[in-house]
Design a protein around this ligand. Sequence first.
Ligand code: KG4
Ligand code: ZN
Length: 330
Amino acid sequence: DEELVVLGIETSCDDTAAAVVRSNGEILSQVVSSQADLLVRYGGVAPKMAEEAHSLVIDQVVQEALDKAKLTEEDLSAVAVTIGPGLSLCLRVGVRKARKLAGAYALPIIGVHHMEAHALVARLFQSDLQFPFMAFLISGGHNLLVLARDLGHYIQLGTTIDDAIGEAYDKTAKWLGLDMRKSGGPAVEELAREGSHETAQRLQFLLCSDAAIHVAEASEEDRKARADIAASFQRVAVLHLEEKCERAIEWAMEIEPSVKHLVVSGGVASNQYVRSRLNKIIEKKGLQLVCPPPSLCTDNGAMIAWAGIEHFRMGRYDPPPPACEPEDAV
Ligand code: KG4
Ligand code: ZN
């Protein structure tokens, strides 16, 4: 197995990220440029604005990833890039950059599915994690429960029908008037530590984040009341996750009794409360939790590079694009 060095590029949402990863699992560099300032100013991701922000920093982010890895383009084996799901205007910035680079240096290119990368990164973090395993992906865009039978073979056990949990956290943070510079989730988690979730029962009758919005309006000034709301929201939201998780495990065990691990990944997986609650369910069911560190759970380039490596090893990649492709070809 020849040693590979792959550059991963991620621009599907509001972070511009690049990383260089070796096939032995070594992360040589990781760079993330966040648009959090824009998010605060406009209260959400505006696609056109996000595209411009990606375009402004993409060259610099990729260069920094190469510099930190002490490599040049010529040392790379391939370029991996997120091709979806995500905002198409934003995805295009990453794909264009990847194709330009791959064209100029005659590198193969690997198109990566963002959610698959969130799941596979668990095998970068824990190298002895074998298929089949379950994955619970909880992020800003999607909640997804899958049974990963093999690379590229996934059975979907559950998915979001309305807001993904990260979005519910973000909305709650916004309505509680919290500092969103680090994105809403961590802010709610922090405030929730000061509160109790006795009001959870009241919230349960309404839908999580919407309920938090109503109660928040009534208690703008009172930090303790807001902390209680944060704690209650978190309690109710995570209870939903626990129920879904438990049911999915039972289902998965019927399909694939040899499953031993459940991966929890995606931005919301960096939440300590979420981790510990899900861990209880997972242990009760006789499985082991695999939860990568926050830097690999939130959107990052290393997970894209790693998913690229896994596919490249199986021969799944595209040949280098033409060296002088017109800019509007993508
Ligand atoms: O995976 P991710 O970085 O991007 C998507 O693919 O969506 O997830 C971002 C989401 C955001 O909604 C953010 O608020 C949430 O993950 N998040 C958290 C925490 N850290 C990030 N939610 C709750 N608690 C956290 N500590
Ligand atoms: Zn993500």
